[in-house]
Write a protein that binds this ligand. Structure first.
Ligand code: MF3
Ligand code: CO
Ligand code: CO
Length: 241
């Protein structure tokens, strides 16, 4: 299973790299969706989001105050200064890989730039805390500490998750919490860490019109990075680098 998940991770990375090479101001989020669908297919994979619990597109595109699960649309055009998360989940030979990255469109404000950087650092400190025979709460603790130190908040309503044989498995990987709590981490586990970091309040709501788009309550920006990792005997291996 781990070999299969690792292979799926390689396709997932290639898809995100393809988005990175082609994303630019003036394109629509539907254009991004097309890139993801095309590249995934070309590499023999399936984009997991399409039709997942009714989700209508092949990836999630979440701009500025959209926290996650933004739905690609022909009407939504990338503008200079936007920050956007593109979240791709790949199925290859039945195995799932899940990762997302932020992209800054042209030049943005120093505050948004900092948010994107700190969110990435939050993922990094979370990955460092994911050790064999530690606890899932160690990860949340590390992420929350780093976000708070930088004056930002951590979304509490959504979390990372086990992944590999299915899209979402146990355990829930919360991005806040206490050291030494939650599930024991053991070698062979594969899960995501995907902190959503907000400039203002951690509170979010789901857009009632589409039932998916998660937005910050205060309309301030949010940033997220996601990796899928494998716990090894000595630490962890990033399966989506
Ligand atoms: N990729 C998201 C995650 O990190 C889940 C998206 S569900 C979808 O867990 F249906 F919106 F694609
Ligand atoms: Co995920
Ligand atoms: Co994801």
């Amino acid at each position: 299973q781990i070999d299969g998940i690792r292979e799926s991770g390689l396709v997932n990375i290639a898809v995100l790299d393809y988005v990175a090479e082609n994303i630019h101001a003036g394109m629509s989020t539907e254009d991004i969706d097309r890139l993801v669908a095309e590249k995934t297919k070309e590499l023999g994979g399936i984009a997991a989001p399409l039709n997942y619990e009714g989700f209508p597109k092949s990836c999630c595109t979440s701009i500025n105050e959209v926290v996650c699960h933004g739905i690609p649309s022909e009407e939504e055009i990338l503008e200079e200064g936007d920050i956007i998360n593109v979240d791709c989940t790949t199925i290859l030979d039945g195995y799932y890989a899940d990762a997302s990255r932020m992209f800054i469109i042209g030049k943005t404000t120093p505050q948004k730039e900092k948010l994107v950087r700190v969110a990435k650092e939050c993922l990094e400190v979370g990955m460092e805390a994911a050790r064999p025979f530690g606890f899932v709460g160690d990860i949340g603790h590390a992420v929350e500490k780093h976000a708070k130190k930088n004056g930002f908040s951590v979304v509490r309503d959504l979390c990372g998750h086990g992944v590999g044989v299915e899209f979402h498995e146990e355990p829930d990987v919360e991005h806040f919490g206490k050291r030494g709590t939650g599930m024991l981490i053991v070698p062979g586990m594969t899960f995501t860490i995907e902190p959503m970091i907000n400039m203002g309040t951690y509170e979010v709501f789901v857009d009632e019109a589409d039932g998916w788009t998660v937005c910050t309550d205060d309309g301030l920006p949010s940033a997220q990075w996601e990796n899928m990792i494998l716990i090894t005997e000595t630490g962890n291996e990033i399966l989506t680098y």
